[in-house]
Design a protein around this ligand. Structure first.
Ligand code: SF4
Length: 403
């Protein structure tokens, strides 16, 4: 696997663990999840998750010499449906955790009682991320969230009692949402003293109830200009309250940046384990290995780990994604360009052999300050992050092998 990590004799990485269980299904959701589960399935799943995790960590340690986990994110699904149950996973992680490791739990407002928050805090979590999505009852009803506005407010207040590092997720651009309602959501969220916001423009993924309804013409998506207006209004509003805009969907107060997100955005390694989980690990080639687990939670099972190499042992459950340098470049453009740390051109050159050679159109964009080149990094203006797909396509044509 690992010429690259052997050279450094240590590997710093994040860990993502997926819990697929939910109490009900939201109509926009495209994650690997199920509302059909019981304690037996949950316990079996957690045991399997822990066994897989241990195998991966043991393998990576053997390959790298040393492994340091700098972030852990338990996401889903609804990981907050589990209060007691993470102890085994923390025991497996403990030998590898860096002293300032960010350890985050995704939570539903319905689960954020003071009692549960205390248990999670004592277990080792130091960051909590709550999926509120909106405070508007009609928005909650459209999205089919299973909590109320008042529950969301009370939960965020409770989170503040145990966690300083809190994130709140909101969704905008749901049909009939007005600018006033969006600003009210932002104002309420801001008053709840959260340190980080993830604000997502609603998407209509294929196969979701709202995706199907849109296809049948039952839902009319807000026009692009309205969606942009909501994005720009969030930029303006949160800047006023001292939030730094870090990525198209993420804002944070100073010192509360989400380290785990930055691993994704900058093409750094992370181990993903669980149904539907994705991972990105160093490999033989400089562009690393991307893989994902099967999405079906009932297929996520113990397997014979006889070779000691999870890529081989877990082959029935994981798929290694076939990529080349072009695909790597597009991945990195897609994730880095819409963030405040921009695109590392030197890293791209090292991994793909290609250099940035702007054409006349991009030269003009640089003159107009839409793109900025500074010390081997390329930055896109935050107002343009919303149109990142457009810029990725343009930029992907401007990387060439040096002759
Ligand atoms: S709670 Fe989260 S994972 Fe579960 S259905 Fe809703 S959005 Fe999806």
């Amino acid at each position: 696997m690992s010429k690259q990590i052997q050279e450094h004799n240590s590997l710093e990485l994040g860990v993502y663990l997926h819990i697929p269980f939910c109490s009900s299904i939201c109509h926009y959701c495209d994650f690997a999840k199920t509302a059909h589960w019981d304690d037996e399935l949950k316990n079996r799943y957690l045991n399997t998750l822990n066994t897989h995790l241990k195998s991966w960590l043991h393998y990576l340690k053997q390959e790298a010499g040393q492994v340091s986990i700098i972030t852990v994110n338990i996401g889903g699904g609804t990981p907050s449906l589990i209060t007691h149950g993470y102890e085994g996973i923390f025991s497996s992680l403990a030998p590898y955790l860096s002293p300032d490791c960010e350890v985050s739990l995704e939570a539903n407002p319905n689960d954020c009682s003071l009692e549960n928050l205390k248990i999670w805090k004592n277990c080792g979590f130091n960051r909590i991320s709550v999926g509120v999505q909106t405070f508007q009852e009609k928005g909650l009803s459209f999205l089919k969230r299973d909590h109320s506005r008042s529950k969301a407010i009370k939960s965020m207040e409770a989170c503040g009692a145990y966690f300083e590092n809190t994130n709140l997720d909101l969704i905008y651009s749901w049909p009939s949402q007005s600018l006033g309602e969006w600003l009210e959501d932002l104002e309420l969220a801001q008053k709840l003293n959260c340190k980080h916001f993830s604000l997502y423009n609603l998407t209509y993924a294929q196969g979701t109830p709202i995706g199907r309804a849109r296809q049948r013409g039952k839902i009319i998506e807000p026009r692009d200009e309205s969606q942009e207006q909501l994005y720009y209004s969030a930029m303006e509003y949160l800047a006023k309250y001292g939030f730094e805009h870090e990525e198209v969907s993420n804002w944070s107060k100073k010192g509360f940046s989400c380290k785990h997100n930055w691993l994704y955005w900058q093409g750094k390694p992370y181990l993903g384990v669980g149904a539907g989980a994705h991972g990105f690990l160093p490999g033989k080639s400089p562009i690393g290995v991307r893989y994902h687990y099967t999405r079906r939670e009932r297929s996520f099972r113990q397997v014979d780990a006889s070779t000691g190499n999870p890529f081989e042992d877990f082959a029935p459950l994981i798929e290694i994604e076939q990529r080349d340098e072009e695909a790597y470049l597009l991945e990195l453009l897609g994730s880095s360009l819409r963030s405040s740390r921009g695109l590392d051109l030197q890293d791209i050159k090292t991994r793909t052999g290609k250099s940035f050679c702007p054409n006349a159109e991009l030269e003009l964009a640089m003159e107009n300050k839409l793109l900025t080149l500074d010390k081997d990094r390329l930055y896109l203006h935050p107002k343009e992050w919303f149109r990142e797909v457009h810029w990725c396509l343009k930029l992907s044509e401007c990387f060439e092998y040096e002759s």
